[in-house]
Write a protein that binds this ligand. Structure first.
Ligand SMILES: Nc1ncnc2c1ncn2[C@@H]1O[C@H](COP(=O)(O)OP(=O)(O)O)[C@@H](O)[C@H]1O
Ligand SMILES: [Mg+2]
Length: 156
């Protein structure tokens, strides 16, 4: 399995990790769905702000999507920020049209991917864990360590 494991010691560091991931995904091209796992406050939204920045969206425009469930950005490719925190059950997922977003030709970032009954294989999964007040373990599955190491911090 291709994955990278890293530690973030601040909010800004997590946003930078997201930016780095976004830059790699952008370079690889094509539609992508990023599945994020982790407890409330672990940093999923912060990391998505960094990913979004790679696609030309200002981090401040990425909200805590819990209230919106789906936020769409008319970038090219389109960017979808989805938060499944308040979603319960497969029926609710169906009526949200989650599979259309997952299969869309855009970039889709999904918080609370724990809520999904299935996740396609070979997908990009980000797992965040609390280590301390400001430190988090971040595992990114589906990314080559080589791509990660070759991508300079903050490079576009
Ligand atoms: N290393 C870190 N990475 C990300 N967020 C951090 C970190 N340390 C502290 N924080 C704080 O934790 C919170 C994370 O919030 P958020 O990204 O909305 O979490 P989630 O979307 O997973 O519920 C923010 O208030 C942020 O300032
Ligand atoms: Mg969030």
């Amino acid at each position: 399995m291709n994955y990278i494991k890293t530690i973030s010691n601040s909010r800004d560091e997590t946003e930078l990790i997201g930016f780095k991931l976004g830059n790699i995904l952008k370079k690889l091209g094509g539609p992508t769905t990023i599945y994020l796992f982790g407890d409330l406050g672990s940093g999923k939204t912060v990391l998505i702000k960094g990913i979004a920045k790679s696609y030309g969206i200002a981090p401040r425009d990425i909200g805590s999507a819990s209230f919106v469930i789906v936020a769409e950005y008319e970038t090219s490719p389109p960017f979808y920020h989805i938060d499944l925190y308040r979603i319960e059950g497969d029926d609710a997922l169906e009526s949200l049209g989650i599979w259309e977003y997952i299969d869309s030709s855009g970039i889709t970032a999904i918080e609370w991917a724990e809520r999904l009954s299935e996740i396609p294989e070979e997908s990009i999964k980000v797992k965040l864990k609390f280590l301390g007040e400001e430190s988090r373990e971040i595992i990114i599955e589906g990314i080559d360590e080589k791509d990660w190491d070759n991508m300079q911090e903050g490079q576009v």
